[in-house]
Design a protein around this ligand. Structure first.
Ligand code: UD1
Ligand code: CA
Length: 462
């Protein structure tokens, strides 16, 4: 939106979190808190976006390097929300229009709701519009004070009288401001309050004295403006965000058997007719196709599953790809760089790492396949191990189309098993097996006749 400037406050100490990590970098459903607020800001397509940082500013700036669209204002020391906003003044010098103030610790807010705030602000021609909410538990928030229905002030929990504390309309900490009178007015705010800080909330009373119009927008869903001040609130807000994500997915045709135990990150995409069983976590930038079935207690991170994939119970899939109709697990581990072809089968206790596993191939039981390229229609017997590491270097194993690896074989890399070749069970393969050949690498069996009977007889005599 033209002439909209976003400022996000994120300089506070976050004392109540009792954590050494900056508050806005704490993850909420897969992404740091500030990430959700930045996504909201971007959705408004503003002319500028300014983040006010202070406490642990370096850590926050380091996390947000590579974002040319962001400008940073430094607040040192952190003397309150009005003081924080003042730090953005030099960056907004000569700008006109509307400043939207967001809080780095209010991550559930939706762009639609901010648009309603802007509409209300513009149509009323207000100098300031405060987003408020009516809540059941107002404890900790600033209370909105009204006279004849008009907002006349905001009083913080610590400064409120017992009567004021009964009020259930709270300040969300989200505002729209006309830029013209704003910074001049901020300079008149004093620190006469319990915390000795410059409170942005005092601006309402200042504007009232200056006879500048202040309006409010009461949000429909108060959950959207929930702020995070403690780790308890962080988990509550995370739970709300997860519920919202689950509800969106279910509305789009995904079956979630137990939403309470299903953890799906905000950016995950899932196709219709996919069924998610209890205890599943799907994280990061994962994409799951349609008609898939993800059984209980599975974690999938940054992975892509095509349509009709089945993941059986207790699997871990990280940075991997699974082709259409393939099946994984139970108890399988796909480590980074595993690419499973169409209709392939990865069974119990099979671990893959940086391995391409061709279409229709099978590794049904107990295998480690690392740094390998495995073709189509390959059968990997139970207990097969690619010995990819010599203590210093990693080496490649190549198994060509249609090969059959007998059970309990070790493929000592670098090594290649040619097209259609067989490896005898229990082999240690140290040399390439040519296409169509049988490779056997094990000691021959000898049977010593009557040995057991003689041993037993000798035992009896003594
Ligand atoms: C603030 C509001 C309160 C409102 C609540 C909504 C004030 C005085 N109070 O209270 O009315 O109900 O938000 O969530 O504004 N910050 C800075 N620099 C500072 C202080 C804070 O950048 O010096 C930032 C914080 O990092 C945070 C935001 O401002 O992102 C709000 O600060 P916080 O201390 O959490 O204010 P609340 O007590 O929650
Ligand atoms: Ca807060």
């Amino acid at each position: 939106m033209s002439d909209v400037h976003v400022v996000i406050l994120a300089a506070g100490m976050g004392t109540r979190l009792k954590s050494s990590k900056p508050k806005v970098l704490h993850p909420v459903v897969g992404a740091p808190m500030v990430e959700h607020v930045l996504r909201l800001a971007a959705a408004l397509a503003p002319t500028s976006t300014t983040l006010v940082v202070g406490h642990q500013a370096d850590a926050i700036r380091a996390y947000l390097r590579d974002r040319p669209e962001l400008q940073f204002a430094l607040q040192m020391p952190q003397n309150g929300t009005a003081h924080a906003l003042q730090q953005a003044e030099p960056l907004l010098a000569g700008r006109h229009g509307t400043l939207v103030l967001l809080s780095g610790d209010v991550p559930l807010l939706r762009a639609e709701t901010v648009r309603l705030l802007l509409d209300a602000h513009r149509s009323a021609g207000a100098a300031a519009t405060v987003m408020t909410a009516v809540v059941e538990r107002p404890y900790g928030y600033g209370r909105v004070i009204r006279t004849s229905g008009k907002i006349v002030g905001i009083v913080e929990e610590r400064d409120a009288s017992p009567a004021q504390r009964l009020g259930r309309e709270i300040n969300s900490g989200i505002y729209a401001f006309d830029l013209a009178p704003l910074f001049e007015a901020l300079r008149t705010i004093a620190t006469r309050n319990a915390q000795g800080e410059y409170y942005l909330t005092d601006l309402v009373a200042v504007y009232r004295r200056q006879r500048l119009p202040v309006e409010t927008l009461i949000v429909e869903d108060a959950r959207e403006v929930r702020g995070i001040n403690t780790l308890g609130e962080l988990s509550e807000v995370s739970a709300i965000m997860r519920q919202t994500k689950n509800a969106e997915l279910m509305a789009a045709g995904v079956t979630i058997i137990d939403p309470v135990t299903t953890y799906i990150d905000a950016e995950v995409e899932i196709g219709p007719d996919t069924v998610i069983h209890p205890g599943v976590l799907i994280q990061g930038r994962s994409r799951i196709g349609s008609g898939c079935e993800i059984h209980a207690n599975v974690r999938i991170a940054n992975s892509v599953l095509a349509d009709r994939v089945t993941v059986h119970d207790f699997c871990l899939l990280l940075d991997s790809e699974v082709g259409e109709g393939a099946s994984v697990g139970p108890f399988a581990h796909l480590r980074a760089g595993s690419i499973i072809g169409q209709k392939a089968k990865i069974g119990n206790f099979v671990e893959l790492k940086k391995t391409t596993f061709g279409p229709d191939s099978k590794a049904n039981h107990l295998s480690y396949l690392g740094d390998a390229t495995i073709g189509a229609n390959v059968n990997i017997g139970a207990g097969t191990i690619t010995c990819n590491y010599d203590g210093q270097w990693k080496h490649q194993t190549v198994i060509e189309d249609g090969a059959f690896i007998g059970s309990d074989s070790q493929l000592i890399a670098p090594v290649r098993v040619g097209k259609g070749a067989y490896v005898g069970a229990g082999s240690s393969i140290t040399e390439d097996v040519p296409a169509g050949a049988l490779g056997v690498g094990r000691g021959r069996q000898t049977n010593i006749m009557d040995w057991a009977d003689r041993k037993r007889a000798a035992h009896k005599k003594t």
